[in-house]
Write a protein of this length. Structure first.
Length: 135
């Protein structure tokens, strides 16, 4: 699989996570956008990420929030939050993706989908999450 194909899968996975948040339902099987993105679900790394979010959303959010300055989930831009959740799920629950790759790809998503400050925020939070995982 090419790098571009992996990027497309990560992008679609992030969009599914965004939709799950909008519906306040973290079981990806209940989200209508899944029907349009069945190809993503055939990719094992997307399923690992979505299953991790489904099963560990509270732990993922806690990892994110512990690396912000006393922020609450509702203060984080929804796009940034979807990107962070995607990356933290990869970092914590997918041993096949190096943390540095998850962080780099999250920063790229933030540059593409976020505002002018998103990529720096995402990079900062994920760097702190990475340090906490290494401790």
């Amino acid at each position: 699989m090419s790098r571009r194909e992996f990027e497309e899968i990560r992008e679609k996975t992030m969009q599914i996570i965004f939709a799950m948040d909008a519906m306040n339902d973290f079981d990806y099987n209940n989200i209508a956008i899944i029907a349009e993105n069945r190809d993503v679900l055939s990719e094992n790394r997307a399923l690992i990420t979505l299953d991790a979010i489904k099963e560990h959303i509270d732990e993922i959010d806690e990892a994110i929030l512990s690396c912000t300055d006393n922020w609450k989930v509702d203060r984080i831009a929804k796009t940034d939050l979807a990107i962070l959740r995607n990356a933290v799920a990869e970092m914590k629950y997918n041993d096949k993706i190096p943390n540095a790759v998850a962080i780099n790809e999250a920063v790229n998503l933030a540059k593409k989908f976020g505002d002018d400050k998103s990529y720096a925020f995402v990079n900062s939070v994920l760097s702190k999450v990475n340090k906490s995982l290494e401790a």
